[in-house]
Design a protein around this ligand. Sequence first.
Ligand SMILES: *Cc1c(COP(=O)(O)O)cnc(C)c1O
Length: 384
Amino acid sequence: MSTLMTEPAAGRFGDFGGRFVPESLVPACDALAAAFREAWADPAFRAELDELLVVYAGRPTPLTPARNLSADLGIELLLKREDLAHTGSHKINNVLGQALLARRMGKGRLIAETGAGQHGVATATAAALLGLEATVYMGERDIERQQLNVLRMTTLGAEVVPVGSGSRTLKDATNEAMRAWVSDVDRAHFLLGSVGGPHPYPWMVRELQRVIGVEARRQSRTVPDVVVACVGGGSNSAGTFAGFADTSARLVGVEAAGGAAMTNGSPGVVHGARSMVLQDADGQVAEAESVAAGLDYPGIGPEHAHLGAIGRAEYHTVKDDEVVEAVRRLARSEGIICALESAHAVAWVLRAAGTPELPTGSRVVLTLSGRGDKDMATLLGGAS
Ligand SMILES: *Cc1c(COP(=O)(O)O)cnc(C)c1O
């Protein structure tokens, strides 16, 4: 049975997960796990989060039939519209939960990493709402290609710290954010943006994103044949999959060809968890390379590594040019400009529809993880 339903014992998902952190972070991880376990079982905490998700974040997001594309492709395609959530992506679901938890734990400061900037924007937003400080670490390369989101974060009152090491992208920003947490561990909560990292993050973030799958399941009425979502660290897909774990639906994750930890990686440790990781012959974490800053990451959450290993979920890759084409095709056929990240899922559907991978007549629920405003400059400049 899939672990998607339960808290993983010792933070382990089969051979993956766990907690590989410096000694100094072990008590903080333990305290966080205990606090989340208690909060998640507390109806008052759940009610406060649910209320915020409705009156602030705009949930439930709709499930939109993509009528024109469905007719063209010979399938029934339903889009779970996380692009319509406040701040423009699914990140807000996780961030509101963790920010409430940080406040409950008496922490006055949020530290976050960001790639495309969506997680940084969501964190800055929740910090403003709840009266917390926010420091966001972001690779210099991502700062260049996601200037709109940098402006949003500073407008919201967050401090954005440029990271110039390594590939100057998400992996390096995550390293720096974890370092910053170590040096301010009593006062700060590390608000991790995806289902990676040491226990309890993969479990906690999946639970906070479960709302996507639960809503989509209810809205789709009958069980779809296929549930598909893009995979960076794996949070929008994990939250979506969790709503369908106990059904017969195929679960499909789509990675960037240049950041395909499931397809091209091997078991290793990155950012505190054992998972599938892109690495070189010496076991050094390799650089990822994708047009979508949010998928430019060499690892994947440990639960995905497990779901892949046991065959409950399948993982495919698409290339940058297919992704750019998928943004255009969805925009012109449905009037929806999605994020480059989300377009990975769309690109797989475009390629697979009508083939044995996705036969004609299939009913497909696709999570559109975010909106594409932030990517207009990248699209104008051609794939970078
Ligand atoms: C951050 C982000 C992603 C990738 O993160 P996951 O944890 O894999 O969901 C995908 N889409 C959008 C719009 C994002 O902002």
